[in-house]
Write a new protein. Sequence first.
Length: 554
Amino acid sequence: MRFPRALIALPVALTLGLTLGAPAAVADEVHPPTLPGSQASPTGQANRSEQAQQALAEVEAILRGDRTGQRGRTTDGRSLTVALRDLRVLKDALPADDQKKVERMLQRPDDTSDPYDPDDDLDDLINVPLPLEACQGVICVHYTETDTNGGAAGNGHAPTGSDGDPNTVPAYVTQVLDTTRQIHADYLAAGYRRPKPDGSIGGGTNVVDIYLGDIGDSGIYGYCTSDDPNDPNTSGDYSLWAYCTLDDDYRTGQFPRNTPTENMQVTAAHEYFHAVQYAYDAYEDGWILESTAAWVEDEMFDAVNDNRQYLRGSPISHPGTPLDHFGDGFHYGTWIWWRYLTEKFPAREGRLPKLVLDVWNRLDGRPSGPDDYSMQGLSRVLGTRGTSLQKEFQLFSAANRHPKDVYDEGGSYRASPTGLTVRFGSAARKGVHFSPWHLSSGTARLKPVDLSQRDWKVRIRFNAPATARGGAFVALVHKTSGRVDTSVVRLSRTGAGTKTLPFSSRSIKGVDVVFVNTSARFDCWQNATPYSCFGGIPLDDGLRSEFVAKAFRS
């Protein structure tokens, strides 16, 4: 993703909240905030030095364990992989002493040449020798058989099965090597390029280096980063090589969810996909880096279902948060968007649905690549499939109201919440309005009460922003039989439309009206928000949509 040199910095975090009001009143308006940085300069970039300090503080907090859940992958809104990426970019804006600290953070885990303070909060970076390696094909796994904490085995950096004999390879190391080699082969067979070669750095020549150590002490499952000297501002190449770090045992005392083997498998799939992504564009929008990595881990190891934990903060559980929001762990939960798309467009290459590959090919940031930004590339790929981002987001928002009927594993997903319920006990006219942000939605449920005659209907008059600015509605009729009928509301170009639906309580449990903002228009490269195209400012947030519903007998 290309952008002016001055713009390579850390997108400013922004927390969102949308609500629909109580039934007794129309919904509260939601207005887009004054975005930080949007007036700071012609490019909208916040102070780069301040951003660099924020990036450093973020990484330090993650390494101390302050920004993780209960022994889970970091879900505070900044994965360590992306946080280290941002810190790498911003390092030169820090004071000299802090730059030295960052150099230590970014050095390879087995690099013990660090001359700086060994007692700071960075001990999760395995700054001890990893003299042993097991290599095969394009993968090298680096490890130690010395228990560095001086305590019981398993409390230091030595992997499971270590016996102190450098002539034997611990079973866990072999397992990591075999698993990662298979992941690599499967990604290649699915059409992805291999991670970018790193020459003679690390082990072997042009291999991908995997380092093992006790990073689970802070609840960190794994991360990838880069020491590639490539500067995209001078080379025009936004790809980087990457190396990765995994935990040395994933013992249940640190990782109580799933088995140690399952945790290693899904983490290896997730992190190795980051290494693959970096071979396309290491500077791509954070939301798509993390959401596609969380998606692929379940494609590779379907029985583990570890990524279901992220649905607690996702477009299903929080539909009022924009799809491309990067922060608060939401970007992990956005894997469900890719699951929706790849189940609808299931064509595969190798083991993986081809749609995500096609998107990454559009994001290719090498000099010869298209170098689309995240939402731009996705829009173009959907266009080649005879649909559009706007249409699919409408249907996705509606599908999440009844996931068990839509997704292969939807019986395990909790339905998207209702913002408010409007009850009709007689012929009446009631109105609701809502102001959704881009690529978000909210639902009002119309519920017939004691309208048992079969001829009851509800006529709904819609008024939304112009369709070019994202105005959209979807109606879902929930029948007492359990069937759900979905229809996209046809609106004029100015956003007006009418729909009449059955409304007898004898056969209808309720009618959902889903407000949708399908806009993906941004003032790009502003570094002012946690959204697409490098913190772009959405152009159609908070525009009022409304409907008036009238129950009547026909």
